[in-house]
Design a protein around this ligand. Structure first.
Ligand code: AMP
Ligand code: GLY
Length: 421
């Protein structure tokens, strides 16, 4: 099968790495990809949201399946665009319709959906005026969680301790701090617990649970400092035991899929459940309509199945026939970031690396210059994944490998997984 993979981060390098070993994948193109994906297939300089350019490429290259990595093309309706075009309608997309992608594209939609289907999540109020928000915050105890309704590149959530600060923050969000995305704000009760992520692949009828993961979102060690896209990840998550898994399936996954079906929302793709374990009870913090980054960098290395087998089953609506097979080892990934990230960061620094055997170097923000030299290109530069008998040994292997990747301003957290030991 000739596959086009959309996206260009560490998640897409992980997908490309997996697809490159897949006998069902005869040709792989990545749009736009990065220096790492170029080793797994052919990068093509297309913007993920330029649907007409993607259309031309798909038709010209005889693409037989499109796998969508990031949320933005999904929220903007890439699946619907294909469906509506006679020439493209037979090319399956792994990723939901715009209606399904609203689970991520609108926090207000997601909260109302959970309310309709009795899915546990923090108490909330959707507001467009400061005064409504202040009244609702008066019923909560701090800290206050303010979320931009729309997509804000992972930056649209603010957590504030002081009611005065929260009011000011709400004011600036509603005034357009995150553009149109924050003209509507969801205010939530703060949940205390430990976060973890569960991923399912669904064909719209049934679902399969992939290996779970825990992400490390804050930039600093000990979970301090500003939020990032993710500084590292671990899979499996030791506290995700059979009982917690049962609760997640019964209280969250099954009602979510029932809700989508009952509301007539087609969904063939991944659902990422960002969850909080509150004393053994799972609550939904957020839905994403795609896989996580850097969670994919630990999930796929543990997956034994070929992705094309799973994707074909999704397309043909026979996912119930497949079994997910997982390696027993623990995977840990450590993200190397550019100096300054998640604020303004350096770009274009030369990367000099000595690879360690057994480690997987999944490029996030890298490119090659005209002379073929490897350069930094994004805030998250490269994820180093290792498999080990346990978290400590996998983390140690990735950390040792991280020392042998050099670029100006390199930063990484040395405590990924330590809280789980
Ligand atoms: P989100 O983009 O919705 O995942 O939010 C970003 C981060 O904010 C999450 O990963 C959590 O760490 C935190 N967060 C979001 N909602 C809540 C909540 N209701 N209670 C506690 N923490 C939250
Ligand atoms: N690592 C969090 C996300 O992909 O949204």
């Amino acid at each position: 099968m000739r596959i086009l993979l959309i996206g260009g981060g560490g998640r897409e390098h992980a997908f490309a790495w997996k697809l490159a070993q897949d006998p069902g994948c005869s040709a792989l193109f990545i749009a736009p990809g990065n220096a790492g994906t170029a080793e797994c297939g052919t990068n093509v300089p297309l913007l993920p949201t330029d649907f007409p350019a993607i259309r031309d490429f798909v038709l010209r290259e005889g693409i037989e399946m499109v796998v969508v990595g990031p949320e933005e093309p999904l929220v903007r309706g890439i699946a619907d665009y294909f469906q509506a075009d006679a020439a493209l309608a037979s090319v399956p997309i792994i990723g939901p319709s715009a209606a399904g992608a609203q689970l991520e594209g609108s926090k207000a939609f997601a909260k109302k959906f959970m309310e309709r289907w009795g899915i546990p999540t923090a108490r909330y109020r959707e507001v467009t005026r400061v005064v409504e928000g202040v009244v609702f915050m008066g019923t909560l105890s701090p800290p206050y969680v303010l979320k931009a309704d729309g997509l804000a590149a992972g930056k649209g959530v603010l957590i504030l301790d002081d009611p005065g600060d929260a009011e000011l923050a709400l004011e600036s969000m509603l005034a357009g701090q995150f553009g149109e995305a924050s003209r509507r704000v969801v205010i939530e009760q703060f949940l205390r617990g430990v976060e973890f992520s569960v991923f399912v692949l669904t064909d719209g009828q049934t679902y399969k649970i992939l290996p779970e993961a825990k992400d490390y979102k804050r930039v600093g060690e000990g979970d301090t400092g500003p939020n990032t896209g993710g500084m590292g990840a671990v899979s499996p998550v030791p506290f995700f035991d059979a009982e917690l898994r049962r609760r997640v399936e019964e209280r969250i996954i099954q009602p979510t899929l029932q809700g989508l079906k009952a509301e007539g929302i087609p969904y063939k793709g991944f659902i990422f459940f960002g969850l909080m374990n509150v004393g053994g009870d799972p609550y939904v913090i957020e839905y994403n309509c795609r896989m996580g980054d850097p969670e994919t960098e630990v999930v796929l290395p543990r997956l034994k199945n070929h992705l094309t087998d799973l994707f074909q089953a999704v397309v043909q609506g026979r996912l119930s026939e497949v079994e997910i097979e997982t390696l027993p080892q623990t995977a840990v990934t450590v993200m190397l970031t550019a100096g300054g990230y998640p604020g303004n960061y350096r770009k274009g620094d030369l990367i000099d690396m000595t690879p360690h055997a057994g480690c997987l170097y999944l490029h996030a923000g890298t490119k090659r210059d005209a002379e073929g030299r490897l350069l930094t290109q994004g805030g998250r530069v490269m994820a180093i994944t290792s498999l080990g008998a346990d978290i400590a040994s996998a983390a140690e292997q990735s950390l040792r490998a991280a020392e042998d990747v050099h670029f100006e301003g390199k930063y990484y957290r040395r405590d990924i997984g330590r809280d789980l030991l």
